[in-house]
Design a protein around this ligand. Structure first.
Ligand code: HEC
Length: 185
């Protein structure tokens, strides 16, 4: 009995550390809460036909690295867990120099390599970085991981020299968005 009590206590401490880790100390992304948020976001994007089998498609266009050789971008307002914010969904396709625009346009699902998303969260989520939530999924909607095994969801990779936030900080208009300034305040 005593042993079971100790194990339960141990598990409780692990659970508390895991939940508080998201917002307080600990890494700024890839925590269980970030993963849950990322999975929720995918479900809502699929319902809105921004991703998934019934997704609407735009004409692909060519982009510089690091995203796909061709990409499709869709954006608009999305409500997730009672919060409504701008979502920018970018589907990345093909291999640079090998895939053609026509191949991507004809068979988007076959050539899709990943889906990168920015979702504007509630005020205060990450004030230094315009409150964006960042996520990167495989074409199947599963969150991808960095080489350290951390899921790419949340404030990715806040404070680091490389990654979503570091690179997007240089986007024109001060909104962290490269392709347009539609949502710049
Ligand atoms: C080395 C720089 C760099 C990194 C790292 C990077 N991006 Fe981007 N991203 C860009 C550039 C440049 C564009 C615009 C060109 C394009 O559409 O590919 C862009 C476009 C986007 C867009 C469309 C909106 C916009 O800003 O134009 C989204 C969404 C996006 N990236 C998400 C992400 C996510 C999520 C990550 C991290 C997993 C990430 N990006 C990492 C450079 C980067």
């Amino acid at each position: 009995m005593k042993k079971i009590g100790l194990i339960t206590l141990g598990l409780a401490i692990v659970a508390i550390t895991a939940t508080t880790g998201g917002a307080m100390a600990g890494p700024p992304f890839g925590n269980p809460a970030d993963v849950e948020d990322g999975n929720h976001l995918w479900t809502h994007m699929a319902k809105a036909r921004l991703v998934g089998k019934n997704s609407l498609h735009a004409m692909p266009y060519e982009t510089p690295p690091p995203h796909g050789s061709f990409v499709e971008s869709l954006d608009g307002m999305l409500t997730v867990n009672g919060h409504t914010g701008v979502v920018i969904v970018k589907k990345n396709f093909g291999k640079r120099g090998e895939t053609t625009k026509q191949q991507v346009a004809d068979h988007p699902d076959k050539y899709m390599t990943s889906v990168t998303v920015m979702f504007k969260r509630e005020k205060g989520y990450d004030p230094e970085n315009k409150d964006w939530f960042w996520a990167k999924y495989g074409a199947d909607g599963k969150l991808l991981k960095n080489p350290k095994g951390m899921a790419l969801a949340g404030r990715v990779a806040k404070g680091a020299e490389k990654g979503c936030i570091a690179c997007h900080a240089g986007a024109p208009g001060g909104d962290m968005v490269y392709i347009h300034d539609r949502y710049a305040q």
